[in-house]
Design a protein around this ligand. Structure first.
Ligand code: SF4
Ligand SMILES: [Zn+2]
Length: 305
């Protein structure tokens, strides 16, 4: 925590700190509109090594009613009603200090038009509350959990405070409750070489699918939270190359166990070639939407590295 840079400018407990509209391929194979609402709430109690989500949080639990108000505020900015809504709260939706339980009915009511709702949670907060929230929804529910990596020595060093059995149990519980599971998998955590970054991203996707996840979202590890910048100074972390993210997506898709998406936000730190970055981002986006590997971008400037 002592490595942290300052928090972002003051966030408003009655407004989400972000909103955007994206397209995503649904479990039924359709490309649907998906609104991502970044809810403002109390900082997550975990302290994962690579996390920078605390930057947009507040120190105290937000007042009762604030979260439904944030959702309504976000939806009022949109000109249409998306089929899918992601309620991402920089922590765990089922953490009562982040989202008061008493707000669940009003939250469910605010998103009652949506076919599918995605929330995020730490595996150790998955339990009966998830089923209670599901029962209030008109659409289906999906819980996204940060698996990050299945590397046996590195997962504990990320300070996630769960082990693979916790992830497997949480996934099993959710699937038995008819709730879908998305796993966030990191490409090249700290303490990995480029080759290990690729190898363990694919192994982690394989594990998530074997547990019952229906979606794996592959995310390149980003510096900027202080701790990772410190590890860059000591040579224990370097961000992955864009080519490693591309290969991880291709290999995880080739498992043919479920949908795989690559994170295409802010790819600049992973590219050393401005000539091909936009084309490669577009290619990843097309793979995300089609779930089919596309021809590689041929770049004379960098050779696709
Ligand atoms: S559980 Fe998620 S939000 Fe909380 S510190 Fe870890 S990575 Fe960040
Ligand atoms: Zn290039």
């Amino acid at each position: 925590m002592a490595q942290r840079p300052p928090r972002c400018a003051a966030v408003d407990p009655f407004k989400p700190h972000g909103l955007f509209l994206e397209e995503e391929r649904s479990g039924l194979g359709h490309v649907v509109d998906s609104a991502v609402i970044l809810l403002t709430n109390k900082e997550c109690p975990w302290r994962c090594l690579m996390c920078d989500l605390w930057r947009q949080t507040v120190a105290e639990t937000v007042p009762l009613g604030a979260i439904p108000r944030q959702i309504k505020y976000a939806l009022a900015q949109l000109s249409s009603r998306p089929a899918q809504i992601k309620l991402y709260n920089s922590g765990s939706f089922f953490d009562p200090a982040a989202i008061p339980f008493a707000d669940y009915p009003a939250i469910a009511d605010a998103v009652s038009f949506a076919d599918h709702i995605v929330v995020e949670a730490h595996p150790r907060l998955v339990g009966e509350k998830v089923s209670r929230f599901r029962d209030l929804l008109s659409g289906s529910l999906e819980v996204a959990m940060g698996l990050e990596t299945v590397h046996p020595e590195i997962l504990p060093r990320l300070n996630k405070k769960f082990d693979l059995a916790h992830f497997a149990q949480a996934t099993d519980f959710l699937r038995k409750e008819g709730i879908e599971v998305r796993a966030f998998v990191l490409v090249k955590t700290p303490f990995m070489s480029e080759a290990e970054g690729l190898e363990w991203a694919v192994k982690s996707a394989e594990f998530a699918f074997a547990c019952g996840a229906t979606v794996v979202s592959i995310i390149p590890t980003r510096p900027g939270n202080g701790a990772l910048d410190r590890l860059m100074e000591t040579g224990e972390f370097t961000p992955p190359r864009l080519a490693t993210l591309e290969r991880a997506l291709e290999l995880a898709l080739n498992l043919r166990q479920g949908r795989v998406f690559a994170d295409t936000w802010a790819l600049e730190p992973f590219s050393s070639c401005s000539a091909c970055l936009e084309k490669r981002r577009q290619r990843l986006h097309t793979i995300n939407l089609t779930q089919r590997i596309q021809p590689a971008v041929d770049c004379p400037a960098c050779g696709g590295l």
